[in-house]
Design a protein around this ligand. Sequence first.
Ligand code: PLP
Length: 382
Amino acid sequence: MIPYGRQEITEEDIDAVVDVLKSDFLTQGPAVPMFEKTVAGFTHSKYAIAVNSATSALHIACVSLGLGHGGRLWTSPITFVASSNVALYCGAQVDFVDIDPSTYNMDVVALEEKLVNAYKEGQLPDIVMPVHFTGQSCDMRSVHTLAKKYGFKVIEDASHAIGGEYASNPVGSCEFSDITVFSFHPVKIITTGEGGVATTNNKILAERMELLRSHGITRSPNKMMNKKAKDWYYEQVDLGFNYRLTDIQAALGISQMKRLDSYVIHRNELANFYDEKLEGMPITLPYQIKEARSSRHLYVVKVEESKRGDTFDFMRRNGIGVNVHYIPVHTQPYYQKMGFSEGMFPEAEKFYKEAISLPLFGSMSLEQQDEIVAKLKMVLEV
Ligand SMILES: *Cc1c(COP(=O)(O)O)cnc(C)c1O
């Protein structure tokens, strides 16, 4: 089976991990801050906080921005469930903003309409979380303008988008947001096994996230009540978690970061080949906005609703690991129990009924790509 995504591990990656295994620190050693420095440098952000998953990063991002009981977070329904679940961890309410039918990202016109209504009802969100679906940045300039006007904070869920660019800056620079989050799960652009990073330019948020990832405990005398303490002393000053990344994982991340640029270039080439080869078929190809350079995490096409199921089955039967991203979060049983129902976000629901993700990963060969296209032709052009 040709998988829809796959990690690439080199001998250099393996050596980097083995070096840590032979060193003094498996966790809380020097590799984590080095990985953070690498990611901050790459994204042109001031601070990067590494944790054990993007889900954890999104969670502490919300907590550091003060999201709690009675708070409100809005995100896109076309995302992985973690984007909205983190608001529920905080005891806050979740709502969704429908997607733009061409980019499948949060529709900023729908966002503005929803904000106008929420303002009238005194129900404005505290946080809006755009998701850079497939690696293409959302219209962050517009989100930022609305954030200033309506006073909400912005967390970019850039789990798909490390290595992407928006408005001539790397995604993660936080030019138009408070915090950006990346995932390093193996299906994403680069990997640490499991892992996530939050970037920000705000020192207070960075320090709070650093505390939150490790129990809310500090060893910095200037953050303690008791400043004259001995060396063994530490204080818990906040309620945190154990969301630490290990040095084993961080070493893999540092090694993988070296290939990030070349991966994104290659993924764009593969996506362009798909565009060319699929042209003229009864398929909607991914639409790219001018202001963004996508990291091309996913290559999502749309086929007629009546043909989607059969197309999916045919491809899977023929060894092509197609997938579907995503089932709209508001239609998940857990969310339906909270009062959401089908029909609430029609563009997201329509997209879901037509979407298929074709395989796309760094080590994919042109022969594999030709095979995928040939199979698609077989099933769609009969
Ligand atoms: C993968 C993903 C997450 C969660 O990432 P983990 O690192 O697995 O926790 C969150 N949001 C989106 C959009 C994702 O694709």
